[in-house]
Design a protein around this ligand. Sequence first.
Ligand code: F6P
Length: 340
Amino acid sequence: MRIGILTGGGDCPGLNAAIRAVVKRGTSEHGCSIVGFRNGWQGVIDGDARPLTRDDVSGILVEGGTMLGTARCHPHKVPGGMEAVIDTIANEKLDGLICIGGDGTLKAAGKVSEAAGVPVIGIPKTIDNDVVGTDAAIGFDTAVTVATEAIDRLHSTAESHNRVMVVELMGRHSGWIAVTAGMAGGADIILAPEAPFDIEVIAKKIKHRHRYKNFSIVAVAEGAIPAEGTMWHGGATLDERGNPIAGSIGTEVTKHIEELTGFSTRLTTLGYVQRGGIPTAADRLLATRFGIAAIDAIVRGESHKFTAIQGEHIVLEDFQTMSGKTKWVPQELLEAAWDL
Ligand code: F6P
């Protein structure tokens, strides 16, 4: 069988581990030929493909990023995109396609699966970890590890300067990184999109804490939202795609905390550091397991599904499970993060 593979959307550590697993398992176990497409769905639209052999993936397990490149491109949103994808699948004589990506890439995979008449299997990847149906997505563990280490480092400088340190973390629509790394790093306040906040309540909580401590750490997801009807309900500044601009909510939260408390307050916007560098062991393992499950599934003739981890088990979920949905941080975890 000839199987195509692409990586779409935001990059993250672990993508290369998944590519490696698909190629090694596919060639050794199933005798497949693997074709890699550059820059996500754009590469499929352009027919920008290259063969992938075991030699090509040797040593990439620990490398961050994606050897294929990626892009935020969804063929069903590009004029003639779906037709071009179907042409490429025919021209490359593909028997199947494996798509590694977040909600946008996987949603497009579902549409291609319906239109192209060849099996399509997705692998969930996003540091935001907001894909419904899977406990974890590739990249999340590494992002949390990087963010936790950053929060650990902020404690010493906050205490030395009697400051409030605000750290803005990625998480466009959900607060998984902020809540997980915030709790792991001992942040005193954690702000997530799932729990719109009242900046005056935040300031009061900080002032109370500073009666016995001289510093505080505030972890804020870039998509965090001030509650309607509160003193300040501005929210983040959005870019042309309607996504929060890095640093905007963090800047506003920092400014309001300093004004309301009188304490010196500084901002660290972690940004793309959370998507760089080598994958943690957990992400390498998850990506490898997903890659094996995806190629095995496509060889079995499965389609319109994505690999998922539920507990310790790797399963397949239909694209419908995640399409158009966001996996929110559960209330129980939000309450634990607030009450700690
Ligand atoms: O979707 C993952 C993510 O890292 C978000 O957390 C972040 O807001 C976004 O990608 C940044 O997108 P881009 O890389 O296109 O600037």
